[in-house]
Write a protein that binds this ligand. Structure first.
Ligand SMILES: O=C[C@H](O)COP(=O)(O)O
Length: 285
């Protein structure tokens, strides 16, 4: 495989990306909490090694019910999930190199190929962050490019950086390499190693990739408020094993604010008004 840049050239690219980061944080608009658009930010995820077929089936039923964006599973479940979700608008995502990211290139490429053959339309691959930390940028690029070659568009390729293991500069490097390898998303975390998504890292990643790529926040996202915070920082996708809890929380909150607005009108406390925007309630601005 040809290497796109030398490691020295990569250093220069990373320096430039660092210099070009936005000086002031950009705030992105979150969809209305509990809306269809909000549900479509969620990749409903079950990745634990001891997942059972009953749990995987339940996740698929929930994803259909809430109309989530995708169900994200390990390779062994892809066939089953494709079958379960047939006829729905929920996509099938499969992890690759999960969760260490250190598998060799051939193994990751084969896993990606099998996932696509089984019907996955999205791949969430773990970057080889050990190599990234050793500044072996060309090797990291080759790893992602090999998967991209075997899984061309319209397959969606997300590159998991495992931000808890990386310095700020390493996160910037991971984003630039994923971008050069033509991935569609950079994703924060596996949820299996250290702290998951943070607003700060999502903002940094979006600052590096700009409009040309998307960011997925994952790992430890459990509440409506955390979803809104991640989206406002630049995430367009949320990977979570707590999707049902989040949608139930959104529903309860909507019922609460609607009831409060109604009570105020009935009691003449204030003029009747629309329920306040939950998205605004949770906004950090
Ligand atoms: O890719 C998604 C993550 O594994 C989900 O992590 P979580 O179980 O902390 O929500």
């Amino acid at each position: 495989m040809t290497t796109r840049y030398t490691d020295d050239e990569w250093e220069t690219i990373i320096d430039k990306a660092e210099e070009n980061l936005p000086r002031t944080p950009v705030e992105y608009k979150a969809p209305t909490v509990g809306s269809e658009e909000f549900a479509k930010t969620i990749d409903h995820t079950i990745l634990k090694l001891d997942a059972t077929k009953e749990q995987v089936d339940a996740i698929c039923e929930e994803a259909r019910r809430f109309n989530f964006k995708s169900v994200c599973v390990r390779l062994k479940w892809v066939n089953r999930v494709v079958h379960n979700l047939h006829g729905s608008s929920v996509d099938v995502a499969c992890v690759v190199g999960f969760h260490e990211g250190t598998q060799d290139l051939a193994e990751k490429a084969m896993e990606a190929k099998k996932a696509v053959e089984a019907g996955a339309t999205e791949l969430d691959m773990v970057i080889n962050y050990e190599l990234l930390k050793e500044m072996k940028y060309s090797a990291v690029y080759n790893d992602i490019a090999a998967v991209r070659n075997l899984a061309p568009h319209p397959i969606i390729l997300k590159v998991i950086l495992e931000t808890s293991q990386l310095s700020r500069r390493e996160i910037i490097a991971g984003c630039k390499i994923a971008e050069a390898a033509k991935a569609d998303f950079v994703k924060t975390s596996t949820g299996f190693n250290g702290k998951g998504a943070t607003q700060e890292n999502v903002r940094l990643m979006k600052g590096v990739v700009g409009d040309g790529m998307k960011v997925k926040a994952s790992g430890g996202v459990k509440t409506v408020k955390e979803c809104v915070m991640m989206i406002e920082a630049g995430a367009e996708r949320i990977g979570t094993s707590n999707g049902v809890w989040i949608m139930d929380e959104a529903k309860s909150l909507l019922e609460y604010v609607t009831h409060e607005a109604g009570m105020e009108a009935v009691e003449g406390r204030k003029q009747a008004r629309q329920a306040p925007s939950l998205t605004r309630m949770f906004s950090s601005s």
